[in-house]
Structure formats: structure tokens, C-alpha cells
Design a protein around this ligand. Structure first.
Ligand code: ADP
Ligand code: MG
Length: 238
């Protein structure tokens, strides 16, 4: 049984159909990279999985449990966005611990969790700083820390690296790959960077106009594209 299952998911805004029957199954520990042109529905799909949007039809299951009716905080999912708004008046440690504090986790336990995540992301020296004193790459690390500290079953990333410069993107990509291997969490990751997709994914899903064109291993999608759109998008050899 797949760990994250999406059955015939539809989402409309008014009379605009954005997702038109999405089916995806991801194994536990799988890393699905979702690619597709701007406006095709990638963020809407992630937001639906996270529960930030209510879906129009279809079902989402995590570990066999339907989550459609669960509040985002009950879904055991953490999301990292492209624009990671950190709380400017809290230091890094407080930013990371904030979600735990809201859930009533005791101080000692929060401190231990922050220390563990800081070690994983190598941000111990930054813990006392405010977001305004951090570089873009450091801020993105803190945003990841804030997601990681919740120890979620499923991680959603919405173009997390697209605001970073090229060199940092490569470093962070390596870092995310290591984290995935260390934690064995299930990940859905949106990017429009084909190289990022090829290096991170266990599965690539190509979305166009709210319809999945192909879901397969990076090799399959690249070498054996289902149609001209996928071939073009993945830069497949012709
Ligand atoms: P992507 O992330 O692939 O760029 P999105 O999922 O953000 O695409 O958007 C898909 C389509 O849905 C776009 O046409 C967008 O304008 C529309 N859309 C997204 N969110 C809303 C909303 N809250 N209300 C109305 N339309 C929306
Ligand atoms: Mg988007």
C-alpha cells in the first residue's frame, strides 16, 4: 500500500477547473518531484494535500487514513514555501520552536528538539540571531528547521530554492537529499528546475493544465516521455 495516495482529486476555483482528476501513489520514504509550467496547478495540489485548500472532489489518504476532513494541523504534514516568512521579532531558536510551543510542548522538550534540528541543518551558530541578520540561504535553512522540528510523516516543498542563487541552490539540493536519506520521510517537492528534479526524485510527476501527463522514475520520464510536452519539458533527447 502506498503511503500517500491521491485518488481522482479535483479542485475548482469558481468555475475554473484547476486540478482535473489527479491520481498519485507514493511509497513510504518516496520522493516525488512535481514539475510543470507556471499556473498548471502545482501549488494548488500541494495546498490540497496540506489541507490549506478544500478539495472539490476526490480523496487523499496518508498511511491509509483519509485526511480530507482533517484540519492542516491534524495531518502530520509540514510544508516549506518559496517565500518563507520567519517571525522577525523572534530569534532563530524561537522561530523553530514556535509551532511546538503552540502545541503545548514543554520547554525542555522544545529545546532538545531545536538542538537536534540545528545540528542536522548545521545552524547552531545562528540560533540567537534574528531573521534580519541572516542571508537568504540561512533563512531557508531556518524555514526547513521549522518544518523538520515537527517530525512530520509527509514533507511538502513548494519551490523552496527558487529564491536562492545558483551556487546555494546546488548546496541546498545536496542537503535536502541527505536529509531525505537520513529521515526516510515521504516528500512531495515542486520545482521547475529539471536538474533538481532528476537528482532528487524517486518519481517525477509532470503536470500540465491540471492533468498529470506522466508519473515515473526520472529515467523513464526523461528517456521515455509519454508525449511531446513531457519530452520538451524534461529536455529529453530527440
Ligand atoms: P502553479 O503553482 O503550478 O504555478 P497554482 O496552483 O498556483 O499554479 O495555480 C493554478 C491556477 O489556479 C492558476 O490559474 C491560478 O490563477 C489559479 N488559482 C490558484 N489559487 C487560486 C485562488 N485562491 N483563487 C482563484 N484562482 C486560483
Ligand atoms: Mg506555485
Amino acid at each position: 500500500m502506498a503511503f500517500l495516495e491521491i485518488h481522482n482529486l479535483r479542485k475548482s476555483f469558481g468555475d475554473v477547473d484547476v486540478l482535473k482528476g489527479i491520481n498519485i501513489a507514493i511509497e513510504e520514504g518516496g520522493f516525488l518531484v512535481l514539475v510543470g509550467p507556471s499556473g498548471c496547478g502545482k501549488s494548488t495540489l500541494l495546498n490540497s494535500i496540506a489541507g490549506l485548500e478544500t478539495v472539490s472532489a476526490g480523496e487523499i489518504r496518508i498511511a491509509g487514513r483519509p485526511v480530507n476532513d482533517l484540519h492542516p494541523s491534524e495531518r502530520d504534514i509540514a510544508m516549506v514555501f518559496q517565500s518563507y516568512a520567519l517571525y522577525p521579532n523572534m530569534n532563530v531558536a524561537e522561530n523553530i520552536a514556535f509551532g511546538l510551543e503552540m502545541r503545548g510542548v514543554a520547554k525542555a522538550e522544545r529545546d532538545a528538539a531545536v538542538a537536534k534540528v540545528a545540528d542536522m541543518l548545521q545552524i547552531e551558530p545562528l540560533l540567537k540571531r534574528r531573521p534580519g541578520q541572516l542571508s537568504g540561504g540561512q533563512r531557508q535553512r531556518v524555514a526547513m528547521g521549522r518544518a523538520l522540528v515537527r517530525d512530520p510523516q509527509v514533507f511538502l516543498f513548494d519551490e523552496p530554492l527558487s529564491n536562492l542563487d545558483a551556487k546555494l541552490r546546488v548546496d541546498m539540493r545536496t542537503e535536502i537529499k541527505k536529509l531525505h536519506q537520513a529521515l526516510a520521510t515521504t516528500i512531495v517537492y515542486v520545482t521547475h528546475d529539471q536538474i533538481e528534479a532528476m537528482t532528487l526524485a524517486t518519481q517525477i510527476a509532470v503536470l500540465k493544465d491540471g492533468i498529470l501527463q506522466q508519473v515515473g522514475s526520472p529515467e523513464e520520464v526523461y528517456s521515455n516521455p509519454a508525449n511531446v510536452f513531457v519530452a520538451d519539458f524534461m529536455g529529453s533527447p530527440t
